[in-house]
Design a binder for this molecule. Sequence first.
Ligand code: BG6
Length: 465
Amino acid sequence: MSRPIPKDFILGAATSAWQTEGWSGKKDGQDSYLDEWFKKENFVWHNGEGPDIATNFMVQYQEDIDIMQDIQLTHYRTSINWSRFFTDYEACTVDEDYANHIDQVIDGLVAAGVEPMICLEHYELPKFLSDKYDGWSSKKVVELYVKYAAIVFERYGDRVKNWFTFNEPIVVQTRVYLDALRWPHEQNSKRWMLWNFHKTLATAKVIKLFREKGYEGRVGCILNPEMVYPRSSSKEDQAAAHYYDLFYNRVFFDPMVLGTYSPEFMQLCIENDIYFDPTEEELALIKQYTVDFLGVNQYYPKRIKAQRFAWAEDQPFHPTKYYEEFDLPGRQMNKSRGWEIYPQIMYDMAMYLTENYPDLTWLVAENGMGQENEQQFKNADNIIQDDYRIEFISQHLSQLLRAVDDGARCEGYMLWAFTDCVSPMNAFKNRYGLVEIDLDDHRKRVKKKSADWYRTLITDRVLDI
Ligand code: BG6
């Protein structure tokens, strides 16, 4: 079967600053939260690979841009590393070396016919601000972030038209404060919700600034909603799925798109002592400055069932008070990553958005497949034959295009990732790229089979499946 791809439908690729840059030229004191975690708990990063070298993009970025041009990529999403952008985070003293690097990357992309889409924070919260203000717990950090955004817009707003405030704003505090899985392993559910709120507030403030200054372009945020599937049609399973959706998806969707939190959500926060005490003025700002568009990251479905056990009130609050996860027997798995593969999430999420947020314009900002030990798939010419990735993309994209046919306001699909890159714990174990990064040969870039396949997809605009 062949599916035509609409002329203006974006086929791009994504990454982030910290997962590619490496520390070349980094100055003392410019650590981010991730750099700090890498130093403190090096053992959890697979083979000790981390942000220190990453893909060495700081030095080798032109090689990547040349390959983008070769495969005729039209859109590339990355971030600016807040922790490297300043030498003083409170006085907002710009590190001109780093700022020039960003200029060069943007100019290189534009010259290659690739539109840059830039995110202001892909987990790159400066360590200094975590130490001094407890990170996003503090309104001072919200204020400093808005100053950072103002300087970035002023410098690059002439060439960048698509901005995102955060990538997956729920993730860091969920791993750190809600689940205590990551350094510094502190459980604090109230702080979890406060960080959620402050990132929403920061987004509204940045949108206000952008509009008041009259820049051309748009500002959105990249969320990672999980398509929730209740185990059954029983009212208990349905209710459990509803609570999951409220705490992990609508916590950002509702205020960012509709400008309001639902009364049910607010009441649950109060009842569970995780209320974030917004002022009337803050709520009015969130109401007025909703996003221009959203990026939506999609990897796996979330299967939920009703909880079996009574909640012990003397433990810290966790949304599992209202649900349990459900392992569907026989589900298809990406065994390298431990994530279920279920391409229909693309269609179902598109329909969820169409139904609940009909005026929202959005694009898939990440979708992709991490595969372990890709070396085993090399052919005689040393090219990775990643047919599994081609199949993964095809199946997911097909579902997305079906949703577009059915009226979804989805502008495009960005693959995670353009090149292999590092990520927390996973490091370089599971590879996501269209382009291999050879760790044994000076981070040499080698296109995988999927890179040439993606080029054909971009130029021919037909998906064969
Ligand atoms: C996304 C993040 O959620 O998942 C990326 O935005 C991340 O930063 C990607 O790399 C894949 O996850 P992982 O842990 O397999 O690298």
